[in-house]
Design a protein around this ligand. Structure first.
Ligand code: B1M
Length: 233
C-alpha cells in the first residue's frame, strides 16, 4: 500500500478535486456502480486508500449526514448511500488489510446493542487488521454477553465499541461494568468511538481511550500493545 500523505482537499490538483466531488455526488445519489468506478479510477491514478476514503467517501457521507439531520434526505436514501459506500470500501479492503504487518494482538470489536450503524466500525476493523491485529468483528447490535464471551474465547488484548446514536452510547458503560463484574476489566483495554462520543464521555464511562477516527484507533491500539509488551518483558 502506498504511504503517500493525504493532502487537504484544496491542495489537490483540480482533476482530482473534480473526481472526488463526482464521487461525493454519486454517493449522495446512492449510485454504487459510479462510486466504485470513481474509487478504481483514483487508485489507477496512484492515490492512496486513505485519501480516497477521506475526500471521496467520508466527505460524501458527511454531506449525506447533514442533509439527513436537516430532514432533506430520509432513511431509504441514506441506506442507498451507505450501500454505495460499502461497495467502494470492498475495493479498498484488500489494500487496507493485507499489509503484511506482523500479528501484534487480538482486538474484539462491535457496534453496541440497539445500534445498526457499521460503516465506521468496519473501517476501524479493516485498518486494525492492516496494522497487524487479529480482529474479531461481532457486527452490529452487540450485547454485553456477546462482548464478554468473545473477550474470553479469543483472550482479547483489546475491546472496541462503536455507537452512532446518543441513545445507544450509554450501553458502552453497561459492557464496561460487566467486564468489571466478570473480572476481565484488567485484562483488556477498552477503546470507544463513534460520532456522538467525546473524550469526556469515554472518561466518564471508564473506557481507556476515545478514538476520533480509524487512524487514531490504530495509533492508540498499537501504543497500548507496546506498553503491554514492555511490561511483560
Ligand atoms: Co443514521 N443517524 N440513523 N443511519 N446515520 C446518524 C448517526 C445521525 C447523526 C444522522 C443525523 O441526524 N444527522 C443520527 C443520530 C442522531 C443522534 O443520535 N445524535 C441518525 C439517526 C437518527 C438514525 C435513525 C434513528 C433514523 C431513523 O430510523 N429515524 C436510525 C437508527 C438505526 C439504529 O441504529 N437503530 C438510523 C439509520 C441509519 C441507516 C441504516 C439508514 C444508515 C446506517 C447504515 C450502516 O451503517 N450500515 C445510517 C447512516 C449512514 C447515518 C449517517 C448519515 C452516516 C454514518 C456513517 O456511516 N458515517 C449518520 C450521520 C453522521 O454520522 N454524520 C447517521 C461514516 C463513517 C465513516 O463515520 O461512523 O462516524 P463514523 O465512524 C468514524 C468515527 O466515528 C470513528 O472512526 C470511524 C472512521 O473514521 N469510529 C470509531 C466509529 N466507530 C468506532 C469504533 C472505535 C473507534 C473509532 O472503536 C475502537
Amino acid at each position: 500500500m502506498t504511504t503517500q500523505k493525504t493532502l487537504p482537499f484544496d491542495q489537490l490538483p483540480e482533476e482530482l478535486q473534480e473526481l472526488y466531488e463526482d464521487m461525493q455526488d454519486d454517493l449522495y445519489d446512492g449510485l454504487a456502480d459510479k462510486v466504485v468506478e470513481g474509487t478504481k479510477k483514483a487508485l489507477e491514478m496512484g492515490r492512496s486508500p486513505h485519501e480516497i476514503l477521506t475526500h471521496g467517501l467520508v466527505a460524501g457521507m458527511d454531506i449525506v449526514g447533514e442533509d439527513f439531520g436537516a430532514g432533506i434526505l430520509f432513511v431509504p436514501e441514506v441506506l442507498m448511500a451507505a450501500k454505495a459506500m460499502k461497495a467502494a470500501m470492498e475495493i479498498l479492503r484488500p489494500l487496507l488489510t493485507q499489509t503484511g504487518a506482523p500479528r501484534i494482538g487480538t482486538f474484539v470489536i462491535g457496534t453496541v446493542k440497539g445500534d445498526i450503524h457499521d460503516i465506521g466500525k468496519n473501517l476501524v476493523a479493516m485498518m486494525l487488521e492492516g496494522a497487524g491485529f487479529e480482529v474479531v468483528d461481532l457486527g452490529i447490535n452487540t450485547d454485553a454477553d456477546e462482548f464478554i464471551a468473545a473477550v474470553r474465547e479469543h483472550n482479547a488484548d483489546m475491546l472496541g465499541m462503536s455507537a452512532l446514536l446518543t441513545t445507544t452510547m450509554p450501553y458502552m458503560k453497561v459492557v464496561i461494568d460487566r467486564l468489571i463484574e466478570e473480572g476481565l476489566r484488567d485484562k483488556v483495554k477498552v477503546l470507544v468511538g463513534g460520532a456522538p462520543l467525546s473524550e469526556a464521555f469515554a472518561e466518564e464511562i471508564g473506557a481507556d481511550a476515545y478514538c476520533r477516527d480509524a487512524s487514531v484507533a490504530v495509533e492508540v491500539a498499537k501504543k497500548f500493545m507496546m506498553i503491554k509488551r514492555e511490561k511483560a518483558a
